[in-house]
Design a protein around this ligand. Structure first.
Ligand code: BES
Ligand code: MN
Ligand code: ZN
Length: 513
């Protein structure tokens, strides 16, 4: 993150921009009103001369400050009805401000959140931390592979280097600072996930992904263990190995440990599992050409798991977590697995491959078996860009959540509402699981109703690899892995979906206080 964020009770020196809150019907916040008075009514005058900006949530209006002001511009941010505001509203607003800061080439911005922000659902301190987080999340940019015009000021994506958040009450500054420690960690974890998803598949493949995980995690105190393809063979991971067979680049799995609650903790660890198909051509059941480049992001689940581990370690979360990512490249070649092949998974269950493009579930099957056998975790959550069918069901707005435990769903739903990473509960039903019963093997990797209910049958397949009584959630994030256009807190491109909702889920329900 290349913006420096600071929190203070008061700020008087100059800055390029002052960001000011305005409520419904253009009611000015305390700071906006003060600056309006100091500038002989510049703000109220401009507001009176136009009709469009009314202080509704999501509205932004930028105006030139007068020559003798400490600021170059004022950016007015609409918040609507002040009574209904939540922390997430501030985060969204912060994200919406960023493009205006960028277009003004602002380097230094001052944000004012006043005492009146404190309401039933949010305090001014929390509001401040979340608004700043929104700015941070939207400022993400990936320019690693741009060579041309690199040093050209005009082309530089972002000039913003400093944001000073002013919140008048003393306790509010402290509250904002401490909340931001955690929020910043989750933004940084999200950035790692986005970075990994942006990487081109000729640079990010199983081995280089594993190396990258070591480089990122070890300095944070996360233990990393690589299960290379030879070890995978010894472990009998025949399903995951089959997926990687067609590629020059051998598959592997990477295990990460964060022991934030200490070795002596009596609690079993929480486990996270990520699908890391670094490129999904479909294999011999090859995909159509259009948009196939997006399949470099078929490791979005693994990326989110890495981002989550980074977040937990950065904020020294008091919880024990173990994570595994299954890394493979799904390629067609003379070595590739074929439709019709029967493979033996680590669980011992045999699987007939009816379509080599249904590869994610094969990778996950062995990763799920390994993590449960080795660590007997309190619960397991897997994340995967698993099916196109979840896109048909929920579009690009919600990830599908298949969960075998109501309390876990309640906690996930809560975290989802708080972070804005939307989850919709989907059915786990024996009927879907039965559809995966095999013809000549124990299981098929395709449901027998073809594409109908594809996300549900995929979940049914995974369920065959979950131990009895194990709490488990499967998040199908294929629809939410990348936005086609800008959203308030995510610029167009990979989202890093999962880091923030799972970080919140852990922080609120599983961490030692
Ligand atoms: N990686 C894809 C799913 C996907 C689709 C992710 C679109 C992101 C965007 C997955 O491996 C896949 O190919 N699934 C097939 C399964 C089918 C063959 C049963 C699908 O959804 O078509
Ligand atoms: Mn596929
Ligand atoms: Zn895939």
């Amino acid at each position: 993150m290349n913006i420096d964020f600071t929190f203070t009770e008061s700020h008087t020196s100059s800055a390029d921009v002052a960001i000011l809150c305005v409520y419904a019907n253009n009611r000015l916040s305390t700071s906006a009103e003060r600056l309006d008075k100091e500038t002989n009514g510049v703000i109220s005058d401009i507001l009176a001369r136009q009709k469009k900006f009314t202080g509704k949530a999501g509205q932004i209006l930028s105006l030139n400050a007068p020559k003798d002001s400490a600021y170059g511009h004022f950016i007015l941010v609409g918040f609507g009805d002040a009574d209904k505001l939540t922390a997430l509203c501030y985060e969204t607003a912060g994200g919406s401000v960023f493009p205006t800061l960028k277009s003004l080439s602002a380097e230094k911005a001052v944000l004012f959140i006043d005492d009146e922000a404190t309401r039933e659902k949010v305090t001014s301190g929390l509001a401040t931390a979340h608004m700043v987080t929104g700015i941070a999340l939207r400022s993400y940019n990936f320019s690693k592979y741009k060579q041309q015009n690199k040093d050209d000021e005009e082309c530089s994506s972002n000039n913003l280097s400093e944001v000073i958040a002013v919140t008048s009450a003393k306790d509010a500054v402290k509250a904002a600072e401490s909340a931001f420690v955690n929020l910043k960690a989750s933004a940084e974890g999200t950035f790692l996930a986005r970075d990994l998803m942006n990487e081109p598949p000729n640079f990010l493949y199983p081995e280089s992904f594993a190396q990258r995980i070591k480089d990122e995690m070890k300095p944070l105190g996360v233990k990393v263990e690589v299960i290379d393809h030879k070890k995978m063979e010894k472990l009998g991971m025949g399903a995951a190995l089959a997926v990687g067979k067609g590629s020059e680049r051998p598959p592997c799995m990477v295990v990460m440990h964060w022991d934030g609650a200490g070795k002596k903790s009596e609690n079993a660890p929480l486990a996270f599992v990520g699908k890391g198909v670094t490129f999904d051509t479909g294999g011999i059941s090859i995909k159509p050409a259009g948009g196939m480049d997006e399949m470099k992001m078929d490791m979005g689940g693994a990326a989110a798991v890495c981002g989550l581990m980074k977040t937990l370690a950065s904020r020294k979360a008091k919880v024990n977590v173990v994570a595994i990512v299954g890394l493979a490249e799904n390629m067609p070649s003379h070595n590739a697995y074929r439709p019709g092949d029967v493979v033996t998974s680590m669980s011992g269950k045999t699987i007939e491959v009816l379509n080599t493009d249904a590869e994610g579930r094969l990778v996950l099957a062995d990763a799920l078996t390994y993590i449960q056998n080795t660590y007997n975790p309190e619960l397991v959550i897997d994340l995967a860009t698993l099916t196109g069918a979840i896109l048909v069901a929920l579009g690009m707005e919600y990830s599908g959540a298949f969960i075998n435990d109501n309390e876990m769903w309640a906690n996930l739903e809560d975290a989802s509402k708080n972070t804005g990473e939307k989850l919709w509960r989907m059915p786990l039903d024996e009927a879907y699981r039965k559809q995966m019963d095999g013809n000549i093997a124990d299981l098929n990797n395709l449901g027998n109703e073809g594409r109908f209910g594809g996300a549900c049958t995929a979940a049914g397949f995974l369920e065959c690899f979950i131990d009895k009584d194990r709490k488990w959630a499967h998040l199908d994030i294929a629809g939410t892995m990348a936005w086609k256009k800008d959203k308030p807190t995510v610029p167009k491109g990979p989202v890093g979906f999962g880091v923030r909702v799972l970080n919140k889920f852990i922080a609120d329900h599983y961490e030692q206080k």
